[in-house]
Design a protein. Structure first.
Length: 156
């Protein structure tokens, strides 16, 4: 490959505008295991808007495995079709990838950089009623069944 190239950057955007706050149908696109800055295990979640004007846009959020955030992890799993009982369980998070869910997005500021970004306020199942909750990102559609007998947590 040549190290010299003529390129035209006149029509290149400066990045995406902030995704408006509202409710969106999304696919769970990717989950990556990481550690938080505090040293806790977490999942970096990448969602892709699946319908409407913002189809294809990505939403990034984290699920940190600490007791104070278990409600959010449970909410995420239920939205993805898991049946969660109030007991200790083994979960294969990879079964969430590809599932379509709804999310309510809000704006928050990074306390270190003062930059505003979109984050997930709530995870919802695709058939959840969110009337009056903002942009729905399109009409909900049905999911597919997916249950593994060897897993403690069955998914639809």
């Amino acid at each position: 490959m040549a190290l010299k190239k003529s390129l035209d950057f006149s029509n290149v955007s400066e990045g995406f505008d902030l995704l408006p706050a509202g409710t969106y149908s999304c696919h769970i696109f990717d989950l990556t295991e990481k550690q938080s800055s505090a040293g806790n295990d977490m999942l970096k979640v990448v969602l892709k808007v699946s319908k409407g004007e913002f189809k294809g846009r990505q939403i990034f959020t984290n699920l940190t495995f600490v007791e104070s955030a278990m409600f959010k992890i449970r909410e995420f799993l239920i939205a993805a079709g898991a049946k969660i009982e109030k007991k200790a369980v083994n979960i294969d998070f990879s079964k969430c990838v590809g599932k379509e869910i709804k999310v309510i997005v809000y704006h928050r500021k990074n306390k270190d950089t003062d930059e505003t970004y979109a984050d997930v306020k709530k995870f919802l199942s695709l058939d959840a009623d969110v009337s009056g909750a903002g942009n729905t990102g399109g009409q909900p559609s049905g999911g597919t069944a997916n249950k593994d007998e060897d897993d403690d947590v069955p998914f639809k």
